[in-house]
Design a protein around this ligand. Structure first.
Ligand code: ZN
Length: 691
């Protein structure tokens, strides 16, 4: 190569974000990072990344895969380091200072991306490589990476007429700012709302909920009282167990009104503006709508394919939910209730019905589902399937005292990854559960081990007591751990296709598939142990739990599918100018015949997946991936061994380790031996196909 080696002379000035990280696993030095370090780190790292990109674009040598694609893959490392620390903290442990930096930096990073993608000299080189790809002697992985780059650039507007480029840039920057604000508003609405209760108000609630409500009240400066917040881990069990219909209604209304309360945290106008800008960008790039643009590079490929899947489950799900509602209404009447079942009654009456029909309540299961045992169970399944070992590290300085760290070793004892677990809800954390990376796997120059984190919002137990999970929470833990495995088992050369950098409707496959293992009887027998006595969950209770798996699936499918349909329809609007997103949502729900007693899982004004989380026009992905996970787990069941070695090896090779190195349909077939069939999804949810 003829060009000068790049200078990496950004001034460190004692800024830990810019220095080499030399501790164990080269993990970020969290104990030394302060908010004031981020702006100078971003400035220096951006400057360096720009110079790296300019050098590639200005290279006088003709383009080769090495001097262009690999050079880009090597670039921006400092920026990745600073950004990964920053955005992980912005999600999991934020404060006013970080929030202000987030609002300021989001458009700057968006501008950097636009400048890169709209750099004509750079695109010319990539385009030339793409044109002559057949003659370059590339490996299969290299040609996938080249395809990705070419697509990333063309989808961002490279090759588009020069006169529209300034507008594309402006749209990207504005969207980045709006997305940051949207998420911050939801967090503020969740933190500001608190329902304080007295002794009498918590009558009839299970012990774990009373204890967590007492602790929340004490934490918020009301010792001796009880409090419910809008964190899912607080409000959802309250709706499930509280006999007080008035309080349930109050909590439910506040929960579903996040982002829609008027004032400074109202997200309605932001969501409308984002929909309009997304549609405009798609149009400028030659797509019919934003949904067409967004889905062009997915497994589904077209909005129609995603719609077809959603609509195929909608009618059977509504029919199933209607039967459930009748049963709930009968319970309400039987108790002397003189009301139609409302959305704030559904969880409560369902819990009663579960007790009638299956003779157990969620509260009975909880003592057997301690957080520590469930973490152990997830590690055990990863060991049986993929040979991984987990060794807890107590010597690492992390970003919050709650965060735990494990060194992950491969089957031969070799270090494979660092896994962080951040399990408890706190006001500095946004709601939900997610997996993220501080560093992705790659081996372009030397092998770089991934650092992966799972962030949850479980209720914390009192000092010295075990944190107990609901069945749903245990499943969520396995879900996010499935994503973590996808990041940690990754074994590819190039960062662009590493780990979870795959199509949005494929990325939920490894995570949803992993959920199946915590619902397997042999896993429950081994790990669902009473937190005080250590006794195994009684067989009768396991049977009931398994029998109840399809219970209430009509509700779950309706609340999810309604959200997915509204998301897709909103982004199928060709010109949504002046759109009132709440009116749009109402009309769409009316059109599809949304049952009145069920609310969307995420209403538009707080739908963070699609306005601040990367799932825009793609919330359908969970169901798309569920076709794969339902069908894929049946492969294990068919062998009679949920840890079948041959299948597990193919699963690792073609799915968990493969990142985006292969076409997704092909990867699935290589694992399963055939294409997926949606029949397994209907069986799993207990929905009659075509009902
Ligand atoms: Zn997921």
């Amino acid at each position: 190569m003829s060009r000068e080696p790049l200078k990496t002379d950004a001034p460190a000035d004692g800024n830990p974000l810019l220095e080499p990280w030399t501790g164990p696993f080269e993990a970020p030095p969290f104990d030394r990072v302060e908010p004031r370090h981020f702006r100078p780190a971003f400035d220096a790292a951006l400057d360096e990344a720009r110079r790296e990109i300019d050098a590639v674009a200005a290279d006088p040598e003709p383009p080769t895969f090495t001097n262009t694609i690999e050079a880009l893959e090597r670039g921006g490392r400092r920026l990745d380091k600073a950004a990964s620390v920053f955005f992980n903290l912005a999600g999991a442990h934020t404060n006013d200072e970080l929030q202000a930096i987030e609002r300021a930096i989001a458009p700057i990073l968006a501008r950097h991306r636009s400048d890169t993608y709209l750099n004509e000299a750079l695109f010319k080189r990539i385009d030339a490589l793409k044109t002559s790809a057949g003659k370059l002697g590339l490996t299969a992985e290299q040609s996938r990476v080249l395809d990705r780059y070419h697509l990333d650039f063309t989808r961002a507007g490279a090759g588009a007429p020069p006169e529209i480029k300034p507008r594309l840039k402006a749209i990207s920057e504005r969207l980045a700012t709006l997305a940051a604000e949207f998420g911050q508003h939801v967090l503020k609405d969740e933190n500001d709302w608190l329902m304080l209760l007295d002794e009498a108000d918590v009558d009839g609630l299970p012990d774990f909920l009373v204890a967590s409500a007492a602790r929340i009240a004490a934490d918020r400066g009301h010792p001796g009282k009880y409090a419910i917040t809008l964190a899912r881990s607080s409000v959802e069990p309250f709706l499930q167990f509280s006999p007080r219909r008035d309080l349930r209604e109050r909590a439910f209304r506040a929960w579903t009104a996040r982002g829609e309360n008027g004032g400074l945290t109202d997200n309605r106008a932001i969501a409308g503006e984002m929909a309009r800008l997304r549609a405009e960008r798609a149009r400028l790039l030659g797509y019919e709508t934003y949904a067409h643009y967004r889905l062009a590079d997915t497994m589904a490929k077209t909005p129609q394919a995603a719609l077809d899947l959603l609509e195929s489950v909608w009618a059977p799900a509504v029919a199933s939910a209607a039967r459930d509602e009748e049963a709930l209404q009968a319970i309400a009447v039987g108790e002397g209730g003189n009301f139609r079942v409302a959305p704030w009654d559904w969880r409560y009456l369902t819990e009663k019905r579960r007790r009638h029909e299956f003779a157990f309540d969620e509260g009975e299961l909880k003592p057997y589902l301690s957080l520590d045992r469930m973490i152990e169970a997830a590690f055990y399944a990863a060991n049986r399937l993929f040979g991984l070992e987990f060794v807890e590290r107590f010597d690492l300085k992390l970003y919050h005292p709650d965060v735990r760290a494990w060194e992950v070793r491969g089957a031969g004892g070799e270090p494979k990854a660092l896994f962080l677990g951040d399990y408890f809800a706190r006001p500095s954390k946004r709601s939900g559960a997610w997996m993220s990376s501080f560093r992705g796997q790659q081996k372009l120059d030397e092998p770089r081990l991934p650092i992966v984190v799972n962030v949850m919002n479980f209720a914390r137990a009192a000092e010295g007591e075990a944190s107990l999970l609901s069945v749903d929470e245990a499943r969520t833990l396995f879900h996010e751990f499935g994503h973590a495995l996808h990041g940690m088992l990754s074994d590819v050369t190039y960062p662009r296709i590493s780990g979870t950098h795959v199509a949005g409707d494929f990325v939920e496959f490894p995570s949803q598939l992993f959920e199946h293992w915590i619902q397997a009887p042999e896993m429950l027998r081994r790990f669902a142990l009473h937190h005080e006595t250590g006794e195994a969950m009684p067989e009768a209770l396991i049977d009931k739990l398994l029998a109840a798996r399809r219970f209430n699936q009509g509700f779950a499918t309706v609340e999810y599918t309604a959200s997915a349909l509204v998301d897709l329809k909103l982004h199928l609007e060709p010109e949504p100018s002046g759109l009132d997103v709440v009116a749009f949502e109402r009309e769409e729900l009316e059109r599809i015949g949304m049952p009145e007693a069920i609310a969307m899982r995420h209403r538009t004004p707080h739908f963070q997946h699609i306005f601040s989380g990367g799932y825009s026009a793609a919330y359908y992905s969970y169901l798309w991936s569920e076709v794969l996970d339902a069908d894929g787990f049946e492969a294990f069941e068919e062998t009679g061994d949920i840890f079948d070695t041959g299948l597990a090896q193919r699963l690792e090779k073609f799915v968990y380790a493969a990142g985006g190195a292969r076409d997704y349909d092909e990867a699935y077939r290589a694992f399963r031996g055939r294409s997926p069939s949606p029949a397994a999804l209907f069986r799993k949810r207990g929905l009659a196909a075509g009902a």
